[in-house]
Design a protein around this ligand. Structure first.
Ligand code: FAD
Ligand code: NAI
Length: 473
């Protein structure tokens, strides 16, 4: 049997890889995608970290736990009384698993629809010869003219505290805790720590988050971070900043974490489960980069230029395994851009308009620069802010925490950053992304008709606030 040859072979079927494969196939390339993720029956589960143990399952659990919180604490405000509200954790986890499976199946369907050949198994370089790359795809060896690497990332280990996924949990174990722990510890108050901490707090766990840095959410606009810290504290999430983690001991009945607090005093935290969420590291395990001389940087990421080109001809890399934010939509944009570049088109990713969202309650979302960044860059700017407390739709929803904040150039009025903490911030931010992509001014948004009553009116009002002329505040 002759060796199968493809125009484009994508290694990794997460959001970077599967989207790159679909776009390459759309552009007429004979395309294959290799992904090794297995479901609990050993079958294929494409979609990567995002679909299996990241974006999708975390949002499923955030939704379930938010319903529980509403039933317990907010239904009464609407005149709804409910007794004996219980959480069936196994059912919640089962629903989350079903949502994941729907997404896995959806990707397999999309591969069929777009005629992408799917290989379930590990992809690794064998050799480069005659202008082609020989790649092991599971049990087969295939040939590729172009290769797109999208092998993602793994949870960073804390030295001395290996993940056992029973007591010491990465994002994987944190998404399938079988019963609500009485006490939950989290190391790292980043995105995962806050999202997963929120899930289990809403379900009744006493959650303590230990953060190494002295500032809370340092990458977020300072006023948003301050508001978030206040609201999370009110919700009962304990966050200790400026700690230094010492020995972590895991026993049958739980975990103890020795640490030094911000004042230098020795402390111990005893918990039933501990989530460690201290960032992620690029993954090239099993790729065999040495076989072809693929260059990695000092962090273990695949070295690429601004166009996602590696040091090897016709080998590209996208997503978490390269520099830049570790976000699913960033990976997807790079995947599309690379497929288009292979086709001789001008694929483009604008790093200045990549939105960030933290799916806590309230949600936090932003695009562009923060106020502290503008100050550090010496940019003259105007700020405008509007609270959800003054928004009719937010009042009707009973969700009035937070605000929308605009930052615009002092001279040109061009929007430089938009920062939202409040209901549906994840959806509201896209208006700001579109505006910034089109280099809009704050006045442009202020003059656009927004539906009433809607949360998006807070966006318009914050844009009006830049010119100190809000109408409803
Ligand atoms: P991955 O999704 O990691 O996919 C890589 C794939 O390649 C995997 O399937 C892996 O098995 C496969 N693979 C690796 N090596 C090989 C090999 N040699 N052969 C074959 N297959 C291989 N981002 C957001 O934008 N929004 C969110 O809400 C969000 N929530 C998150 C929540 C959690 C708990 C976590 C952990 C992450 C979250 N992220 C979120 C980040 C997001 O998951 C990643 O940025 C995204 O998955 C990166 O996509 P990727 O394609 O680069 O890599
Ligand atoms: P993170 O980078 O968001 O946060 C890690 C936190 O751990 C930081 O605050 C850091 O200061 C702290 N930390 C690091 N080492 C420490 C130590 N030894 N002791 C105490 N604290 C320490 O990383 P996280 O939460 O693990 O998430 C990884 C990535 O996954 C995110 O950066 C993001 O790219 C992605 N993600 C995105 C989501 C979203 O878009 N909503 C949701 C979840 C994850």
């Amino acid at each position: 049997m002759s060796t199968k040859q493809f125009d484009v072979v994508v290694i990794g079927g997460g959001p970077g890889g599967y989207i790159a494969a679909i776009r390459a196939a759309q552009l007429g390339f004979n395309t294959a995608c290799i992904d090794e993720w297995k479901n609990d029956k050993g079958g294929p589960a494409p979609g990567g970290t995002c679909t299996n143990v990241g974006c999708i399952p975390s949002k499923a659990l955030l939704q379930s736990s938010e319903h529980f919180e509403h039933a317990n604490h907010h239904f009464a405000d609407h005149g709804i009384s409910a007794d004996n509200i219980k959480m069936d954790v196994a059912k919640m986890i089962g629903r989350k698993d079903m949502v994941v499976k729907q997404n896995n199946d959806g990707i397999l369907y999309l591969f069929k629809k777009n005629k992408v050949s799917f290989f379930h198994g590990r992809g690794s370089f064998v050799a480069a010869k005659d202008g082609l790359y020989e790649i092991k795809a599971g049990e087969e060896v295939i040939l590729a003219k172009h290769v797109i690497l999208a092998t993602g990332s793994n949870a960073r280990q804390l030295p001395g505290a290996p993940f056992d996924e029973e007591n010491i949990l990465s994002n994987d174990g944190a998404l399938r805790i079988g019963a609500v722990p009485k006490k939950l510890g989290v190391i790292g108050s980043g995105v995962i720590g806050l999202e997963m901490g929120s899930v289990w707090r809403r379900l009744g766990a006493e959650v303590t988050v230990l953060e190494g840095l002295p500032t809370f959410l340092g990458a977020v606009d300072e006023s948003v971070a301050k508001e978030a810290a206040k609201l999370f504290k009110k919700q009962g999430l304990k966050i200790e900043l400026g700690v230094k983690i010492g020995e972590v001991k895991s026993a049958k009945d739980g975990v103890t974490v020795a640490y030094t607090d911000a004042k230098g005093a020795a402390q111990t935290l005893a918990v039933d489960k501990l989530i460690i969420s201290i960032g992620r590291v690029p993954n090239t395990i099993g790729l065999n980069p040495e076989a072809v001389g693929l260059k990695l940087d000092e962090r273990g990421a695949i070295e690429v230029d601004g166009d996602c080109k590696t040091n090897l001809p016709n080998v590209w890399a996208v997503g978490d395994v390269v520099r830049g934010p570790m976000l699913a939509h960033k990976a997807e944009e790079e995947g599309v851009a690379v497929a288009e570049r292979i086709a001789g088109q001008h694929g483009h990713v604008n790093f200045n308009t990549i939105p960030w969202v933290i799916y806590t309650s309230p949600e936090i979302a932003w695009v562009g620069r923060t106020e502290q960044q503008l100050k550090a860059d010496g940019v003259e700017y105007k700020a405008g802010q509007f609270p959800f407390l003054a928004n009719g739709r937010a009042r009707a929803l009973g969700d009035t925490n937070g605000f929308v904040k605009f930052l615009a150039d002092a001279k040109t009025d061009e929007i430089l950053g938009v920062h939202i903490i409040g209901p549906m911030a994840s959806e509201l931010i896209s208006e700001a992304v579109v505006a910034m992509e089109f280099k809009a001014s704050a006045e442009d948004i202020a003059r656009i008709c927004h539906a009433h009553p809607s949360l998006s009116e807070a966006t318009k009002e914050a844009a009006l606030a830049v010119d100190k002329r809000t109408l409803n505040f």
